[in-house]
Design a binder for this molecule. Structure first.
Ligand code: SR1
Ligand code: MG
Length: 388
């Protein structure tokens, strides 16, 4: 009998006992310290250390940190599986997973405390020359290898039924694809001074609603590949010579462009943070180069990988491959637009926008986002940068 035979919400002291019982042998002494370091909206993240070595425990409770409404803890099981799949596809960019406890919904993993949350580094306008290359490699390997080119169809169908995530999808359906354009539940949080602007630009534009409707339908129906589902700069941890991706708890079989688009959107937020604070031109140039390079690398790298791994003659024609990748890119620009808008309109805001002239920063981004959504079918990374 163990007190960890039943799920309960762990506190720091519980987590020490949990680690001693479940990961024996990791630490060489018994004098462990534990601190809860999570700053997200959903789960609890503990760092356990003996002063020399450390590990991380990510623990899911039935209640989100910021909510009184219970949610399924299935998100934790799915996240642990997502991490293991991504680790196989992209070993350099995923931390080591030491142990998963299904009862306690606790993922025990490598402490990557020598990396920094990328959002904070971007807000300091730090440049990471390797980032575009690393994130493109992550996107290509996770998205192309879990779609029609990478998985035998039986396996892909198995993923389609396994990697659905009702609670988490409901959050994205509502926060990303509905509320920002309807305010049906009255949950939008609009910056004072921008009420009229968002009414005209977001609530009353029927062409925009039509285009976002298409993107929403694709998010709900397109079981293209295994996506991370929440690939913003706070899910990326970075050092000059290394990049790690965490938190795939919104992972589902969905449209590849959702992940690419999220990456682009949060680079655009960082760019605007600089423009509306210290106008760091070297940083802004680097962000623009990143956007172009990620688009180019993703397109070229995906085509190369497809040439290498494809076994289905029906999917091998140059025209088919061009259309497959072109469709992902068009989705990417569209989902970048919906991500930009939802982070401005919803309660899940980004720190990048905590700038003195927030009203105009938001207006510029909303205008850009609308152009990206409406013109996504003919857009390129270069054009996005020109619009910026
Ligand atoms: C209630 S969760 C709000 C947002 O935080 C997560 O990071 C996801 O982006 C989600 O939409
Ligand atoms: Mg997260």
């Amino acid at each position: 009998m163990s007190r960890f035979d039943h799920h309960f919400r762990m506190r720091e002291a519980d987590c020490i006992d949990f680690v001693k019982e479940k990961v024996p042998g990791f630490f060489s002494n018994n004098d462990l310290k534990c601190t809860e370091i999570g700053d997200g909206n959903i789960n609890y993240v503990f760092r356990v250390s003996d002063g020399r070595k450390s590990l991380i425990v990510k623990h899911a409770d039935a209640y989100f940190r910021d909510s009184s409404k219970p949610k399924s803890v299935d998100r934790s099981h799915l996240e642990s599986e997502m991490l293991m799949i991504e680790k196989e596809l992209c070993p350099k960019h995923i931390p080591d997973i030491y142990y998963y406890d299904r009862t306690m919904c606790a993922i025990v993993m490598q402490d990557i405390g020598d990396h920094e949350n990328m959002r904070y580094a971007l807000i300091r306008h730090e440049i990471f020359p390797e980032f575009a290359h690393s994130i493109s490699s992550f996107l290509i390997n996770t998205l192309i290898r879990t779609g029609i080119y990478g998985l035998p169809i039986e396996k892909k169908r198995e993923y389609e039924s396994r990697y659905t995530n009702h609670d988490m999808c409901e959050i994205s359906d509502r926060l990303v694809f509905s509320e920002p354009y309807t305010n049906k539940l009255g949950s939008n949080v609009v910056t004072e001074g921008n009420e009229e602007f968002v009414r005209e630009k977001l609530y009353e534009d029927s062409e925009l609603r039509y285009e976002v409707g298409i993107l929403k339908n694709a998010f709900q129906s397109k079981r293209q590949c295994l996506i991370h589902g929440d690939l913003h700069s706070g899910s990326i941890f970075i050092r000059k010579d290394s990049m790690m991706v965490l938190d795939p708890e919104f992972g589902i079989m969905g449209p590849a462009g959702y992940d690419v688009g999220n990456v682009l959107a949060h680079l655009i937020f960082a760019y605007h943070n600089s423009r509306f604070t210290d106008k760091n031109s070297a940083f802004e140039e680097w962000i623009k180069e990143c956007i172009v390079q990620i688009c180019d690398d993703f397109i070229n790298g995906s085509k190369e990988l497809i040439e290498e791994i494809n076994t289905d003659k029906m999917y091998s024609g140059k025209r088919f491959i061009e259309e497959y990748i072109g469709d992902i890119m068009s989705d990417s620009f569209g989902y970048a637009g919906t991500e930009l808008i939802r982070r401005i309109m919803g309660s899940a805001k980004v720190r990048d926008l905590e700038v003195p002239d927030r009203i105009n920063a938001e207006r510029e981004i909303i205008d850009l986002a609308i152009k990206m959504i409406k013109n996504r079918r003919t857009m390129s990374g270069d054009q996005v940068v020109r619009l910026m």
